[in-house]
Structures are given as C-alpha cells and as structure tokens.
Design a protein around this ligand. Structure first.
Ligand code: SF4
Length: 343
C-alpha cells in the first residue's frame, strides 16, 4: 500500500472508525511515530484582523451577521497595527503569522491591503498564513506573489451533510478555492468541524473527502463544535469524546504526513481527553489568542499539560540556523475562528 493515498473508499474509512478503540489508537500511534516525533507538538495561535459582520450563514459561526451572538463587527486592521502584532509574535518566538478575516471572500480592492500586510510580515522573517474566505485564481496568485506561504480554507463537513450547515456557498466553491491555492503553489490548511449533529458516516465522509483531495492538506484542523448562543447549532447534542478521538486517529491514519491539529473546542476538553488525542496522532494545537501575554490561565494550563505529558513545542530550524519554537501566530475572533479555521 502506498504511504500517501488519495483513493479511499467510504467503506475503508468506516472500517477504520469501527475498529476497537485500543486497536485504532495503536495503529494511529504507530503511523504517527513513523512520521513524527510523538513528543513534539506544533503550537498555533490565532488573532483576527477583521472580525464579525460576515454575510455567510455558517450555522456554527458567531461571526455571521445574521445571528445575534454579541460579536461586534470590526474594520480591517491597519497594516501598521498588524505589523506591530507580528513583531510581538516574533519576539515571543513565533515562526509563522496568520491573518484571518471574516469575509465571504476578499473584494479585489482588499487584496492590495492584505498583500501589503503579507509583504511586511514576510520581511520580518516570519512565515505567513491567511484565512480570508473564497479566493479566485487571480486573488490566490496575487497573495502568493506577496509572499503568502499557507492558506486556510476548511471543507467543514461531509458533502452530504453540508446543506444542513451552510446555504450561502456550495461545497464545490470550497473545492475550487483549494484548487486555486494549490495551483499557485501555496500550502493548504484544510479540515472541518465535528459535533454539529452529523453521523459517524458523515464524519467518515469529511475525512474521505480531505484525504482524496489531489494533495493531502499540509495541516488538517479538526475542530470540535463550540456552541455559541444565538447560532442555529446552539443546543446540539454533544459528541461523545471517544468519537472525537476516533476522528483524530482516523485522520492520522489517512493523512500520515499532515499536521493534525486540535483546534476550536480544545479549551473545553479535559486534560485526559487532550492526552488521548495526542496518543491518537494529533500533533498541533490551537493555543488560544494569548500567545503575546504571559500568565493567563489558559496558557499556564497548556504549559502544565505539556510538562505533565513530557511534550515540547515543535522546533523549526531556519535557513540562517536560528531555532525557533514552531508557534504560529494566527488572527482570530473572540469566540470562534473565522471560516471555522482555528487553522
Ligand atoms: S465561518 Fe467564515 S464564512 Fe462562515 S459565517 Fe463565519 S466568518 Fe463567515
């Protein structure tokens, strides 16, 4: 069997989900070890350059204008303000800086502003990442020319469940954006959300679609729904935590060389559940929005959990030979990531 497959059948994925839990974790942990140091975890944070006021109707998202969630819409931050954040992130050890905006898609007039941010962040010696909604081929090309390394755009869920969640854009629109991003040579960050009321079959459908893309996404964020009052998904039955771990494990088995990222919803997970996710092959976490501050409880809890489990932040050796912790600085909303990314 080739190491990287793009031809998974639904029955094969379902069979992985149906394995006895210890067997599934054993297999996923073995594949994880073959491809990564299991003691290393990449650490990401998110910070929003443009929050709320989004015209889309993603049923999980507090940034959708049509839901009354208390998220105030903001304008696009100035380049200067973004660069100041990027400088702080670099000083704190970040190697990658991601800019996110709650847009359906950027308007062409927005692209030069975002491109300027990308160029300046790049000039600081940071890798760049963005999540801005749907992109045209020309927009993807302009962002690539400005120096954008990664683009986040999630599939969210299985094709057959998608219409339960989003009505303002098609599944194919998402696949098209991912194709534009790949075509210009940018890396993709693409995953989804579980716990939205979908079935195991539909969770299998999400992972099947992700793994059967022409190239596996470089990062695969697996979000657990954060229920926000005012959104249509508030009150959805909670997903069994073991089912969440199974989803992580199957993602690791199907996309062995991708970073599988614990994203939105992690703050509500117990330490024990997070530890099971690491055993199942998760090797990247969303660190909340607090990278630039010290002493906050969430960061302290994360650091303590790393110490208790003997984990360490993944290191990246830059071309100049400087070693940085692989802490990605993202741009995000107060309660739930733009475009479900929590990339
Ligand atoms: S997930 Fe993104 S596209 Fe959907 S409503 Fe939220 S900000 Fe808009």
């Amino acid at each position: 069997m080739p190491l990287l497959r793009n031809d998974w059948s639904r029955a094969e994925v379902r069979a992985l989900f149906d394995l006895p839990f210890p067997e599934l974790l054993h297999r996923a942990g073995s594949v994880h070890r073959e491809n990564f140091d299991p003691a290393e975890v990449q650490v990401s944070t998110l910070l929003s350059v443009k929050t709320g006021g989004c015209p889309e109707d993603c049923a999980y998202c507090p940034q959708a204008q049509r839901y009354h969630t208390g998220v105030d819409a903001t304008k696009l931050m100035s380049t200067e303000a973004v660069i100041e954040k990027a400088r702080q992130a670099k000083a704190a050890g970040a190697s990658r800086f991601c800019m996110g905006a709650a847009w359906r898609s950027p308007k062409d007039r927005d692209i030069p502003k975002v491109a300027a941010m990308i160029r300046e962040v790049k000039a600081l010696g940071l890798e760049t990442c963005a999540t801005l909604g749907m992109l045209s081929g020309d927009q993807a090309s302009a962002l690539k020319s400005a120096g954008l390394d990664y683009y986040n755009h999630n599939l969210d869920t299985a094709p057959e469940f998608y219409n339960e969640i989003i009505h303002t854009r098609e599944y194919q629109d998402r696949l098209d954006t991912l194709a534009h991003v790949r075509d210009v040579g940018m890396k993709t960050c693409c995953g989804g959300i579980v716990g939205m009321g979908e079935s195991r079959e539909q969770r299998a459908g999400l992972l099947q679609t992700l793994a059967n893309l022409p190239a596996h996404p470089d990062s695969v964020p697996i979000n657990r729904l954060v229920q926000v009052e005012g959104t249509p998904l508030a009150g959805t039955a909670e997903l069994d935590p073991f089912e969440f771990v199974r989803t992580i494990a199957v993602a690791r088995l199907m996309m062995p060389k991708s970073m599988v990222r614990l994203s939105a919803g992690r703050e509500a997970m117990s330490d024990e559940l997070q530890a099971l996710c690491f055993l199942a092959g998760a090797n990247s976490i969303f660190y909340g929005e607090k990278l630039l501050t010290t002493g906050n409880p969430d960061t302290e809890r994360d650091l303590a959990l790393f110490a208790r489990l003997g984990l360490r932040p993944m290191q990246i050796v830059e071309t100049a030979g400087t070693v940085h912790a692989s802490i990605e600085e993202h741009v995000e909303a107060p309660t739930e990531p733009a475009h479900s990314c929590a990339a």
